[in-house]
Design a protein around this ligand. Sequence first.
Ligand SMILES: O=c1nc[nH]c2c1ncn2[C@H]1C[C@H](O)[C@@H](COP(=O)(O)OP(=O)(O)OP(=O)(O)O)O1
Ligand SMILES: [Mg+2]
Length: 204
Amino acid sequence: MTRRFDGSELVLASHNAGKLREISALLEPFGITVTSAADHGLEEPEETEDTFAGNARIKAHFAAKSTGLPALSDDSGIEVDGLGGAPGVYTADWAETPNGRDFMQAMTRTWNELEAANAPEPRTARFVCTLCLAWPDGTDEVFRGEAPGRVVWPPRGDQGFGYDPMFLRDGQTQTFGEMPYAEKEPLSHRSDAFAKLVKGCFGG
Ligand SMILES: O=c1nc[nH]c2c1ncn2[C@H]1C[C@H](O)[C@@H](COP(=O)(O)OP(=O)(O)OP(=O)(O)O)O1
Ligand SMILES: [Mg+2]
């Protein structure tokens, strides 16, 4: 049995501005009061698991326990087939530099490694999003969404965040980086996972 969400307030257990924007937009129609981890002064817990679900659980349970409120986390990344699924759960790590995250560097590394491996074209890939809704009593529900596509070079567009400029979703001619959010939303791994969350926990 899936536990239903029957509260009126939810903490978004993320420190990523792009995700916060997108998940807040998805939650908008439900009339729930949404606050973020930063609003509650929460630290970022260490993401020590090697699966999206494992790290999503760490983030959601940490926020739920710390605030006493239900918390929704998002662990996501891009799996590139020609790289054996890398960077996958390590997508954010590939962007880390001594001066903060640099996704241009991460995208360049991704393309260079595909070139070095002489990977065939199209260079298929998928965005993955795992959402975890956790309650302060330690229960949770986890939902996984995907967006199938390919990576392209050079990156195109300055909208969205992270790897969006090099991701061309199946059936599209514009990268996620070239799309206004309203166009990316119905096509994204995040909305795919969110639809499952709504079906399971919001009864909609
Ligand atoms: O729609 C997306 N469009 C482009 N790039 C994306 C997307 N979704 C995830 N990504 C990439 C960037 C992100 O940094 C990484 C996830 O890493 P991940 O640890 O789950 O998130 P994060 O550290 O940025 O924020 P937080 O853990 O506080 O939720 O994958
Ligand atoms: Mg993270």
